[in-house]
Ligand binder design. Structure first.
Ligand SMILES: Nc1ncnc2c1ncn2[C@@H]1O[C@H](COP(=O)(O)OP(=O)(O)OP(=O)(O)O)[C@@H](O)[C@H]1O
Ligand SMILES: [Mg+2]
Length: 379
C-alpha cells in the first residue's frame, strides 16, 4: 500500500495500538514536512495538544521526486530501522527514538525532533557549534567500534553483514559518488567556466587510479555498520544536541565513508565562507574536534590494535572526503552552501578552490596522516 495524505488517516486508525502515542478517539492532524528527494515524511499530532506528536517516514516503491517511472526498493526503510535500533542501543539520545516499524508498508514511526534545525542550515548561516561536531565524532566512533569486525566474534559479524546487506542503496552511491561524476553522464551539471578544471580531472590518470581504488574499498571493505549518507543534511540540531537521521543507506562497510561525507560537507561550507575568516577558523576547529571525539568513542579490545586501526580509517576517510567534495561540485547532487552563492564569479572561484582541494585529498589520501596535515593544505 502506498501512503499519502488521503490514505494516511485510515492507516493510522489501524495502527494506533502499535504506534502507542494516541488514544483511539484522539483527533489527529497530519502535515507533510519532508523536504527530501526519496521519501515522504509526515508529522502526526494530537489536534488538541500539538506537543504530542510522531514523525512518520514512508518509502514509496520509487524515488519520490522522480515518480513511479523510477522504481526503488522499499527495503531501504528496513535498513534505516535497523540502523536506528543500533543507534538507540549503543548511542541513545544521538538519534530519534524508534517507536514502530512496518516493513510491509515501509513506514517508520519515530520521535518527533520538534524545533530542530538541519545542521547544514546552521553552517550556511555561519553558526558553527564545535560541540555538535564533537557529538557526531563520538557518535560515529561509538557505533563503528561497537560493530567493528575486529571487535566481534565471527557469528556477530556474520549477523551484521546479513542485516546490513543493503546492496541496492550501496550501488546507487557507487554510481553517483565514484563513477558518474567522472564520465559523461546526463545527471552531471556544473557552473559554466569549470569545464577546463573538470577536463583536467577526467584525464588525470593518477586521480582516476585512486578513485578506482577507493570505489573498490567502498564496495568490498566490510568493517562495521556505516550510516552511508552522513552529510550535514542528515544531522538535526535540537537544543545544542546533534541527532542523526536518514540512515536508509546504512550498510556493513568502510567506516571512513561516514567521516569522509561529514568532513567534506564542512569543507564545502569552509570554501563557501571565503569572506568570513572567523567562520572558516571555527569550521577547521570542528573538523579537528570530530576526529578527536571519534578516537575517544572508538574502543578496541586491544589497545595496540587501536592506533593502527584508527590510522587506516583516517586514510580512507581522507580519500572519501575528497571524492564527496568533488561529486557535490560536478555530479548530480550539489550543496546549498555553494548553490546559494548568487554572485557567479565568486561561486566559480569557491568551486575552483574546493575542486582543487578535493583533488589533492584523493591523490594524497595514503600519505596524509592526521587532521593538521589535511588542514595545512587549506589557505
Ligand atoms: N525525527 C524527525 N523529527 C523531526 N523532523 C524530521 C525527523 N525526521 C525527518 N525530519 C524532517 O524531514 C526531512 C526529511 O527527512 P529525511 O532526510 O529522513 O528524508 P529523505 O526523504 O530520506 O531525504 P533524502 O532525500 O535526503 O534522502 C528532514 O530534513 C527533517 O526536516
Ligand atoms: Mg534519505
Amino acid at each position: 500500500m502506498e501512503l499519502d495524505l488521503a490514505t494516511l488517516p485510515d492507516y493510522l486508525r489501524q495502527r494506533r495500538a502499535e504506534i502507542r502515542m494516541f488514544e483511539s478517539e484522539t483527533e489527529l492532524r497530519i502535515e507533510e514536512i519532508g523536504d527530501g528527494n526519496l521519501n515522504t515524511v509526515y508529522r502526526v499530532s494530537d489536534a488538541a495538544q500539538s506537543t504530542r506528536s510522531v514523525i512518520l517516514k514512508h518509502a514509496p516503491p520509487y524515488i519520490k521526486i522522480l515518480g513511479p517511472e523510477y522504481p526503488l526498493s522499499i527495503e531501504r526503510l528496513t535498513y534505516e530501522s535497523r540502523a536506528l535500533d543500533i543507534y538507540n542501543q549503543f548511542a541513545s539520545g544521538s538519534a530519534p527514538e524508534l517507536y514502530y516499524f512496518d516493513a510491509e508498508t515501509a513506514v517508520i514511526a519515530m520521535e518527533d525532533l520538534r524545533d530542530a534545525q538541519v545542521l547544514r542550515a546552521d553552517l550556511i548561516a555561519g553558526k558553527v557549534d564545535t560541540g555538535i561536531a564533537e557529538q557526531i565524532g563520538r557518535f560515529m566512533g561509538t557505533i563503528h567500534s561497537r560493530t567493528y569486525v575486529e571487535n566481534l566474534d565471527s557469528t556477530s559479524v556474520q549477523q551484521y553483514r546479513q542485516q546490513f546487506a543493503n546492496t541496492t542503496m550501496q550501488s546507487i552511491t557507487a554510481d553517483y559518488v565514484f563513477t558518474f561524476p567522472y564520465t559523461e553522464h546526463e545527471t552531471n551539471f556544473w557552473t559554466p567556466g569549470l569545464e577546463i578544471d573538470i577536463q583536467r580531472l577526467k584525464t588525470d590518470t593518477d586521480f582516476l587510479q585512486h578513485t578506482g581504488d577507493l570505489k573498490q574499498i567502498f564496495l568490498t571493505a566490510q568493517q562495521a555498520v556505516t550510516h552511508g549518507d552522513l552529510h550535514t543534511g542528515s544531522v538535526l540540531v535540537q537544543n545544542n544536541t546533534a541527532k542523526v537521521i536518514d540512515a536508509e543507506f546504512a550498510f556493513y562497510g568502510p567506516v571512513g565513508f561516514d567521516l569522509g561525507l561529514y568532513w567534506a560537507n564542512y569543507l564545502l561550507s569552509y570554501f563557501s565562507h571565503q569572506d568570513t575568516p572567523d567562520v572558516q577558523a571555527a569550521l577547521k576547529t570542528a573538523i579537528a574536534k570530530t576526529w578527536h571525539a571519534y578516537t575517544l568513542g572508538f574502543r578496541t579490545v586491544d589497545g595496540t590494535l587501536k592506533a593502527q586501526t584508527l590510522q587506516h580509517i583516517f586514510h580512507e576517510a581522507v580519500g572519501f572526503t575528497g571524492l564527496e567534495m568533488l561529486r557535490r561540485l560536478i555530479g548530480a547532487a550539489h550543496v546549498r552552501d555553494i548553490e546559494g552563492i548568487a554572485d557567479i564569479p565568486k561561486k566559480l572561484s569557491v568551486e575552483r578552490a574546493a575542486l582543487q582541494f578535493g583533488l589533492t585529498l584523493v591523490k594524497q589520501y595514503q600519505s596524509l596522516r592526521d587532521v593538521p596535515a589535511v588542514l595545512a593544505l587549506l589557505f
